[in-house]
Design a protein around this ligand. Structure first.
Ligand code: HEM
Length: 296
């Protein structure tokens, strides 16, 4: 990650002085390079812009609720208007297939597998039988689906969080100065950076409060439940909107203001675990149950 970020900064420094830079595009580019380097050892083909375009199309169409969904129509019934989204899905399936084929061909030639996500998936075996999972067709499809999930989940989220952080800092000279001071005085050991840069971390967290990259989460009830006096039937969709939660006037002071001090050490611990959900709630996403126990 450090190498990729450094390479990007070097490119910026080589540009003519005062030439404009599209921060959004740059963050899309650098997060793509980092994903490719860390998860696939740089083997991801295509460009950041292609991935971004296809991902946006996919999320805008397939990620949108269709009237058929509300009617609980079966999945095989095509959702009219989602055609471009299906094509984007096929684009990713083809890219992931290429990636997998290339790595498997290398493996067959005896090239040592690099230590990355793709290798981990390729080497996966059934913990009970020890059987190599990749020799079964269905599991091959699961591998490409998992690869795609990581790209979809890890690319746009990170790029948007960085873009909003930089934008908000550009509007706040005091915090911009504090963050620059931290970056300039940081040690040479990236392993220490998280603890050495509390202001940068706070600015990033505050940016994700105001502009959560995943502004809405959804779940489907598996059983009967009651949330805040509302009866929930199995199959009901539940939407949790971090965007609304993060700006809720009963939970946050000056909710619309960019105030990173909320996330500085000492203040951070006072934030209710379930008032701030940019990364959802981890493994224990018993949020529906949690809400059930809270005052409305
Ligand atoms: C600022 C950056 C990020 C944010 C705000 C973010 C946010 C989230 C949220 C809210 C969820 C839960 C979604 C849900 O439960 O409905 C999630 C799931 C996930 N995230 Fe992230 N994420 C970020 C970065 C990443 C990165 C860098 C990766 C991987 C390289 C990643 C991989 C995943 C995966 C695999 C899931 C599970 C998806 C699934 O269950 O289908 N995320 N993320």
């Amino acid at each position: 990650m450090h190498e990729q970020a450094q390479a990007r900064v070097s490119e910026w420094l080589a540009r003519p002085a005062n030439s404009p830079l599209c921060v959004d595009q740059e963050m899309t580019g650098v997060t793509y390079d980092i994903l490719s380097a860390t998860m696939f050892s740089g083997a991801l083909e295509g460009g950041a812009q292609d991935t971004e375009r296809e991902l946006t199309i996919l999320l805008n169409s397939i990620g949108r609720i269709h009237p058929f969904d509300v009617m609980n129509a079966p999945d095989w019934l095509p959702r009219i208007g989602h055609g471009r989204g299906y094509r984007a899905r096929r684009y990713f399936e083809a890219e992931m297939e290429k990636l997998l084929n290339k790595r498997q061909a290398e493996e067959a030639r005896g090239v040592p597998l690099p230590d990355d996500l793709l290798s981990a998936l390729l080497k996966a075996s059934d913990p009970e039988t020890g059987q190599d999972l990749t020799r079964q067709d269905l599991t091959r499809q699961e591998i490409t689906s998992n690869l795609f999930t990581f790209i979809a989940a890890g690319h746009e989220t990170t790029a948007r969080a960085l873009t909003w952080t930089l934008y908000l800092l550009s509007q706040s000279p005091e915090w911009e100065e504090r963050c620059i001071a931290e970056a300039v005085s940081a040690s040479d050991d990236p392993g220490q950076w998280l603890s050495e840069m509390p202001a940068i971390r706070a600015a990033f967290e505050e940016a994700m409060r105001l502009f959560p990259p995943a502004p809405q989460l959804s779940r489907m009830a598996s059983d009967f439940d009651t949330i805040c006096g509302v009866n929930i039937a199995p199959g009901t969709y539940i939407y949790i909107a971090p965007w609304v939660l993060h700006r809720h006037r009963q939970l946050w002071e000056h909710p619309d203001a960019f105030l990173p001090e909320r996330f500085m050490p000492g203040n951070r611990d006072r934030i209710d675990r379930f008032a701030y959900l940019p990364l959802a709630a981890g493994r224990a996403f018993a949020l529906a149950r949690f809400l059930h126990c809270r005052k409305p």
